[in-house]
Ligand binder design. Structure first.
Ligand SMILES: NC(=O)c1ccc[n+]([C@@H]2O[C@H](COP(=O)([O-])OP(=O)(O)OC[C@H]3O[C@@H](n4cnc5c(N)ncnc54)[C@H](OP(=O)(O)O)[C@@H]3O)[C@@H](O)[C@H]2O)c1
Length: 314
């Protein structure tokens, strides 16, 4: 019998990459639960199920009815600054939802795969391995740590993937730092980029591939998914300009103190992925290689989704 996978947040950056990957390379029967009604033709409309995942009785009906072997929670409140203001809603998305999914997984004996973040650390001495002691310094990070702790309250098969700075294509334009940077540089606009925040960029399609490996091997535990290059945002911006053939002189380095942010940031965050490499044989692409792949994904993505107004990279 075909295994079933249910994905929350299917139009998000990770969720969409996961659905595309599973549709193309696996035999899983899948559904994606989204609060959005996708009116336009989408690449996976047959698998899209419109549901309010925060209406827990509606969620329960859908999940118990589909009875998935795997639940992949790619939904989340991901705006780190807004999380400081909308704390109750952030908690509902990032913690209460996980608590419900954990209970459903226990009822169905499903394997729950949850995405967490390097923001559970204080950023004093990253990058961090899976053994490092979490100590979040902003509300988003606290909610992500609480989401992990919620998973440990019930005996289920579970995998916690901690990841960090993402880049990749997304149909609904869920934005990333690199998307915003590319837009500014293409318009010949200057952009200030913080020089002192460190992380390891990772391509969303690499994460999706890793998640497929987890499902196939039924791997459990905590595992980091992050690229091998540990860089500041300014260094990431310069490399992006280089790979996309854009003017790096438009990128102006600034210090974090000069940049008004609502949420305090872990300065040296980031993750070490040697466990993923050892246990799952995953090799995440370095930034240059990943950006080249992203560039070709973007060309295809734009040609399909935005043919009249395609981005024109060299
Ligand atoms: N982005 C990063 O750099 C990063 C880094 C580390 C960890 N993570 C973690 O990775 C996971 C996925 O992140 P992402 O960047 O892929 O997320 P994203 O692009 O912001 O998408 C999150 C998805 O959550 C769902 N969602 C958001 N608000 C909702 C609401 N009010 N009601 C119902 N659903 C709602 C949406 O799914 P639909 O649109 O399909 O309904 C949305 O697309 C999150 O747990 C995040 O904490 C992200």
């Amino acid at each position: 019998m075909r295994k079933r996978a249910l994905i929350t947040g299917p139009f998000g950056k990770i969720g969409e990459a996961v659905i595309k990957d599973l549709l193309q390379y696996s035999d899983f029967e899948i559904i994606g639960l989204s609060h959005l009604t996708q009116e336009k033709e989408s690449f996976w409309k047959d698998y899209h199920y419109n549901a309010n995942i925060l209406d827990f009785s509606e969620l329960k009906n859908v999940v118990l009815d589909f009875a998935p072997d795997f639940i992949i929670n790619a939904a989340g409140f991901t705006d780190v600054d807004l999380a400081e203001e909308e704390r109750a809603f952030c908690w509902k998305m990032n913690v209460d939802l996980v608590s419900r999914l954990t209970r459903f997984a226990a009822i169905l004996d499903s394997h729950l795969v949850h995405i967490s973040s390097d923001y559970i650390f204080d950023g004093q001495n990253g990058p961090y391995d899976e053994q490092a002691l979490p100590s979040p310094i902003n509300f988003y990070g606290k909610s992500k740590l609480a989401s992990e702790n919620t998973l440990h309250t019930v005996e289920i098969r579970k995998t916690i993937i901690r990841t960090n700075f993402l880049y990749g294509t997304n149909s609904l334009g869920s934005s990333t730092f690199i998307n915003k940077l590319l837009t500014s540089l293409q318009r010949n606009q200057k952009i200030e980029v913080v020089n002192s925040l460190f992380t390891n960029p990772v391509l969303t399609t690499d994460i999706a591939y890793g998640i497929r490996k987890i499902l196939e091997s039924e791997y459990t535990g905590i595992v980091n998914f992050a690229g091998p290059d540990y860089l500041s945002r300014y260094q990431i911006a310069l490399k992006t300009a280089e790979v996309f053939g854009l003017d790096s002189k438009l990128i102006l380095p600034i210090e974090i103190e000069e940049y008004p942010l609502k949420a305090i940031r872990p300065i040296r965050a980031g993750l070490i992925s040697s466990k993923a490499s050892r246990d799952l044989k995953l090799g995440f692409q370095g930034l240059e290689e990943g950006l080249k792949e992203f560039k070709s994904q973007l060309k295809i993505h734009e040609a399909v989704n935005n043919p009249k107004n395609s981005l024109n990279f060299n």
